[in-house]
Design a protein. Sequence first.
Length: 470
Amino acid sequence: MNTEIPSHGQPIDRFAAAISGEVYESVHSSSAIKSDKRQALLAGDYPNPKHLREIAGQIKQHTLESLDKYLPQAVESLERNGVRVHFAANGEEARQIIGSLLAARGAKKVVKSKSMATEEIHLNDYLAANGVDCIETDLGEFIVQIDGDHPSHIVTPIIHKNRRQIAKSFEKHGLGAYNDDPETITRRARKFMRDKYMSADAGITGANFVVAETGRLVLVTNEGNSRFSLAAPKLHIALVGIEKLVPSDRDLSVFLNLLVRSATGQQFTAYTEFISGPHASGQPSGPEEMHVVFLDNGRSDILAGDCREILRCIRCGACLNICPVYRQASGHAYRSVYPGPIGAVLSPLLAGEKFPSLADLPKASSLCGACNDACPVNIPIPDLLLRLRDKGKREHAPLASRGVPPMGGFAGLASQPALWKGALLAGHVMNYFPVEWVPVPPLSKWTAQRTLPEFRGGEFRKWWKQRRQR
Ligand code: SF4
């Protein structure tokens, strides 16, 4: 499955060099604030947060390695609760299952709460193409949707926008005259959504966790939009990656404590929903029919490979917030639904046969290790990045080794003073041309993947000459 978003076709460093000051400021300041809050909160609330991360990582790793036990157990528990369970091997199957469930009920109006799995399978495009009106109810995702944009962060999809840009979007889409007061923006969105909730035929969600023992779905939001998405519609469909399982309700205490602190630097989110099935008699509201679609989409292959630890991910976004590359480049630079360090590992793996098109992502890291330190489930992200770089080199040698300058040629150049001087001069001349100008292979292939700094060669010779004249 290809998780790529319509691409700007640029390598990360070149995209980063071209982002506007406004985008840079929004991404950098917002991610830095969240990261600082996360660190302070974890250190203040727990005597040994590192130990908690290790426990969380062990629980997830154990669940993944025993998926053959926990997945059937989850299916049994869900069905016992009155939920119908489906399996989708890939995005195409998932879209078709969801499409037929909606068609069977004649559902044409859908409210959707934020879900990375639905982003991964490009569900909105599919629904729109099939005449289904699907509204995103998370405020950030809603703004992305009306703007025809793409999320640039897995928790805060519009981290790249500031309130002035949002106010302009609202004005452009008929949601009120320009007003960049956050409360006004929120009130307007809420007013718009209310009607949509009440008239929706179906609610689509993801799930942060699915408990194998009890069949409970857990949804964590700050806006309560998932609750509204399930209150009025008669049909609830949850699309869930198979890696979202945890063994028991007891394990949730570890993950809920870590997830929220790691994602937004809060002690608890405003809304945590525990869903145990469709509307039961005596309940005031809730869907009559509930379906869970378990999504594989390359996860089994990842589980069988040597980067399986990435499936522990609970999508908190802490690795994005702390990553120096993400802060400089922004999420869209990663050309994929999953940006930042998690995306640099997960996106090429999910791409399967299309791995080469995202093989540059694992190289977009200084390997500083900050992502591993921040990760609440202790994923060794730098190790996985190295394994993927190695995979790129071994399995896709022509791409990975693109244009590595032949060292023999360099030696010949460096040992001939006249040639060397000529090369230095050519380097200075090249500063006056865009890097794409280099027309000659293999250099053209090399520069297609990289941004060259300004050439400043010859400084040593100048310095040496001056030194000798003293
Ligand atoms: S890899 Fe770790 S830090 Fe990054 S989003 Fe996943 S759980 Fe959070």
